[in-house]
Write a protein that binds this ligand. Structure first.
Ligand SMILES: Nc1ncnc2c1ncn2[C@@H]1O[C@H](COP(=O)(O)OP(=O)(O)OP(=O)(O)O)[C@@H](O)[C@H]1O
Length: 266
């Protein structure tokens, strides 16, 4: 009897993304293959311009690959027309952005259920209540975003991202606009939600402290996957990032010959 590995929540295979042509051509992704396992919190790190946002946008169906494949579950995004891609993003993916992106005229409760309301899906009250308690916003449900702190607003955005029970939540620098204490709360919340609900989070970040909340960190350099680290700590992630600056360590300064070390790089 053969046992097959569980299907990753999302993945890219041989992902290439080229912007521009000729002299202005940029290979933002240069053959990246990576799985985002279900039920795990993965952070994506790498120097500025290494392709982190491009990877996230292509994996989430916000942008298309030049070649290779991006899949959510077993759905190859390139097989979907615009309408079905929009439906997939709405029904199977949650997003958390640096800028919160809440609707100012809606209450906290209305913001959280907005994706479900737009989809015409009923709100499961028990699920909603559990989410509200997880993000600690019960006493703010009837407030508007402008009446909340940045950290509280981002917690609303996290609740909204998980409200539809998506296969995967993509978070793009979710703590970029927050002070360190509020940022820490949002990161704990993301980690707790992954552990408590078995959902999947993929987070792009520049911050080693943020990345240390993940189960695994993947490192990009020059559009390639050059390293990965399980059980990260902020110090180990920082050391790994410093190696990019000093040109030591796998992938640093050698984009044509990436070396992968599974399960930690110290
Ligand atoms: N729309 C675009 N047109 C042309 N080039 C682009 C475009 N978007 C990104 N790039 C280029 O692709 C490369 C990867 O960009 P990307 O934004 O994915 O990197 P990043 O790792 O997220 O960077 P940062 O940490 O600075 O946000 C960069 O060289 C960038 O200039």
């Amino acid at each position: 009897m053969t046992t097959s590995a569980p299907l990753p929540a999302a993945r890219v295979v041989d992902a290439v993304k080229v912007y521009g042509r000729g002299d202005t051509e940029v290979r933002a992704l240069d053959g990246v293959s990576v799985d985002f396992p279900a039920g795990r919190f993965t952070a994506v790190m790498g120097p500025s311009g290494s392709g982190k946002s491009t990877l996230m946008h292509c994996a989430a169906g916000l942008d298309t690959l030049t070649s290779g494949a991006a899949l959510v579950g077993d759905t190859d995004l390139s097989t979907l027309d615009d309408r079905r891609l929009t439906l997939l993003r709405r029904d199977r993916i949650g997003f958390v952005f640096q800028a919160f992106n809440l609707l100012p005229t809606l209450t906290v409760a209305e913001n959280i259920t907005l994706p479900l309301d737009l989809a015409g899906h009923a709100v499961d009250r028990r699920r909603f209540d559990r989410l509200v308690d997880t993000v600690g916003l019960r006493d703010r449900l009837h407030h508007r975003p402008g009446e909340l702190s940045g950290g509280q607003q981002q917690r609303v955005a996290v609740a909204r991202a998980f409200a539809g029970d998506p296969d995967v939540v993509f978070a793009d620098e979710p703590t970029g606009n927050l002070d360190s204490r509020s940022g820490e709360e949002v990161l704990r919340l993301l980690g707790r939600t992954v552990r408590d609900t078995g959902r999947t989070v993929v987070m792009v970040t520049h911050d080693p402290v943020a990345a240390a909340h993940a189960d695994e960190v993947i490192f990009l350099a020059d559009g390639r996957l050059v390293d990965r680290m399980t059980g990260p700590t902020a110090d180990r992630v920082l050391d790994r990032m410093k190696a990019f600056d000093t040109g030591t360590g796998p992938g640093a300064g050698h984009p044509a010959a990436p070396a992968l070390s599974r399960g930690g790089a110290t």
